[in-house]
Design a protein around this ligand. Structure first.
Ligand code: SAM
Length: 193
C-alpha cells in the first residue's frame, strides 16, 4: 500500500540503520539447523527492509531474493550487501497484491504480518523447505499505537500453521524485550509436491 511505502521510507531515512545490521537473533540461533534441513540454497526474505537477514543468509551460502515496498530500505540493503561483498536480488514489490511465482528452499518472514500471504508462502516452499516466521504479538500498550491487523493474537501463530502439510519444529511466544513476539519454524513435508 502506498501509505506503507511512505511510512517505511521515512523511517529508513531517519536513522542509519532502523533495525540494526545484525541478523535477527532467532535466525542467527537457527542457522545451523536451517542449513542442515533446507533441500537447496534458494531463499526468499519477505519484507526484507534494510536487508540484515538477507545479507546474513547470503553470507551463509544462500542465493537470496529480498522483497520490500520501500525503495529507501532496499537501496540501503543493496549498498550494505555490496560493502559486505555478497549479492542479493532486492526487488521492490507491494506484497499486498503480489503473487510468489517461484519456489524456495527457505522463506523468511520477520517483523511483518500479512495473513493472506501465508498460504502462498507455504505453497512456495519446495518439498522439505523451511519457513521461519517471527513477528510481534498484541499487548495493551502496542494496541494503543499499532494497527491490530499487523499484530498476532496470543496462540495465533501456531494455529495459522497447523493446517499445512508440514511439521512445526519450533514455536514459542516470548514476553521478554520491548515487544512480545511469536516465532515458529515450519518444515514442509519432504514427501509433498
Ligand atoms: C519492521 S520492518 C522488517 C524488516 C525486516 N524483515 C527485518 O526484520 O529487518 C517491516 C518491513 O515491511 C515492509 N512492508 C510494509 N508493508 C509492505 C508491503 N505492503 N509490501 C512489501 N513490504 C512491506 C516495510 O517496508 C518494512 O521494510
Amino acid at each position: 500500500m502506498e501509505k506503507d511505502r511512505i511510512k517505511w521510507n521515512k523511517r529508513f531515512e531517519s536513522q542509519d540503520s532502523y533495525l540494526g545490521n545484525r541478523p535477527s537473533p532467532f535466525l542467527a540461533d537457527q542457522i545451523s539447523r536451517i542449513r542442515r534441513l533446507t533441500p537447496g540454497n534458494k531463499a526468499l526474505d519477505v519484507a526484507c527492509g534494510e536487508g540484515r537477514n538477507s545479507i546474513f543468509l547470503a553470507k551463509n551460502g544462500y542465493r537470496v531474493t529480498g522483497l520490500d515496498i520501500s525503495e529507501v530500505g532496499l537501496a540501503k540493503a543493496a549498498a550494505r550487501a555490496g560493502m559486505e561483498g555478497v549479492t542479493v536480488d532486492f526487488l521492490r514489490v507491494d506484497l499486498d497484491d503480489y503473487e510468489i511465482g517461484e519456489r524456495y528452499d527457505l522463506i523468511l518472514n520477520f517483523n511483518f504480518l500479512l495473513r493472506k500471504l501465508i498460504p502462498q508462502q507455504v505453497r512456495a516452499l519446495n518439498p522439505g523447505g523451511v519457513l521461519l516466521f517471527d513477528t510481534i504479538m498484541e499487548s495493551p500498550q502496542l494496541l494503543e499505537s499499532h494497527n491490530p491487523a499487523y499484530l498476532l493474537g496470543r496462540g495465533e501463530l501456531v494455529r495459522l500453521f497447523e493446517k499445512y502439510d508440514g511439521e512445526v519444529l519450533f514455536a514459542e511466544e516470548s514476553e521478554s524485550g520491548e515487544m512480545p513476539t511469536a516465532r515458529l519454524l515450519l518444515r514442509k513435508n519432504p514427501a509433498t509436491t
